[in-house]
Design a protein around this ligand. Structure first.
Ligand code: HPA
Length: 276
């Protein structure tokens, strides 16, 4: 069995080869990780190539509904951007390093900027399903960290996380939201392990800790990005209310996917303005 650094090197060389075969030679400066129900974000971009994760030996396959498992390369102005349609969650049984592998692969392809998206429940009662949240910080409640025991030449395991979500990108995203009449909050994301949803008491506790939204992804990828100097913009689609109050409704995956689809159009507009 190969080591994690060997696994990354092997995935990178295969992906480079597949990109070359698709006529894409230039470096990939930016990439986007699409969360649950957010596949529609790539609609309307000029798609240059689609590469399935299954074409790359050593890359896991996502098992979550709506996570397609492919790299979609689009043209944005003069630049190429890769959309990772599907990610690897801890709750699928993936290790923290598997959950972060897309970030290290894209770093090796030259990326300096990541937009990470997700579906999240609203702990903050002022938010509504379908709203967009520009993540200003996170609280990692998963108990996992992809940098644990990591020996990669281009990463700093003592990554500074005090400004993990780039303020300049957030301000630009906020202006894009205002220009496009999109309701976008600035909020803190609590990352939990899942896959069961939180109890109402857990949700009230997360709110009291200062979190506005809760979800089961993103933190591993953002820690990985911080360890190798990739600037991060984090965007959440609010898919359900998760206040844990007396009016707390049961959540369904159908509601999560439908409400994420409602937010997808706004998220696409914001990404377009940030990356163009
Ligand atoms: N909790 C955790 N993860 C989620 C939620 C939630 O309420 N909604 C979407 N992803």
């Amino acid at each position: 069995m190969s080591s994690y650094p060997e696994q990354i090197t092997h995935c990178v060389s295969q992906l480079k080869q597949l990109l070359t075969e698709a006529g894409i030679e230039s470096e990939i400066a930016s990439f986007v990780i699409l969360g649950s129900g957010l596949n529609a974000v790539v609609d309307d971009f000029e798609i240059l190539a689609e590469i399935n994760y299954s074409q790359i030996i050593g890359l896991p396959t996502p098992t979550t509904p709506s996570h397609q498992g492919k790299f979609t390369v689009v043209k944005m102005g003069e630049q190429h951007t890769i959309f990772c349609q599907g990610r690897f969650h801890l709750y699928e049984g993936h290790s923290a390093q598997s959950a972060a592998i897309l970030v290290f692969i894209l770093k090796e392809l030259g990326a300096t900027q990541m937009v990470v998206t997700n579906a999240a429940g609203a702990l903050n009662a002022d938010y509504q399903p379908g709203d967009v949240v520009l993540i200003n910080d996170h609280i990692n409640m998963t108990g996992h960290n992809p940098l644990l025991g990591l020996e990669l030449s281009f990463t700093n395991i003592f990554a500074d996380m005090s400004n993990a979500y780039d303020e300049t990108l957030r301000n630009r995203a906020n202006k894009a939201a205002i220009r496009n009449n999109i309701t976008a909050h600035s909020g803190t994301y609590a990352a939990v392990l899942g896959p069961s949803l939180e109890t109402s008491a857990e949700r009230r506790m997360l709110r009291s800790f200062g979190a506005d939204i809760v979800g089961m992804s993103t933190a591993m990828e953002v820690i990985a990005a911080s360890s190798c100097n990739i600037s991060v913009l984090g965007i959440s689609a609010v898919t359900n209310m998760a206040t844990g109050g007396v009016d707390q409704q049961a959540d369904t995956i159908e509601d999560v996917l439908n409400n994420a689809a409602m937010a997808a159009n706004g998220i696409r507009k914001i990404i377009c303005e940030i990356l163009l």
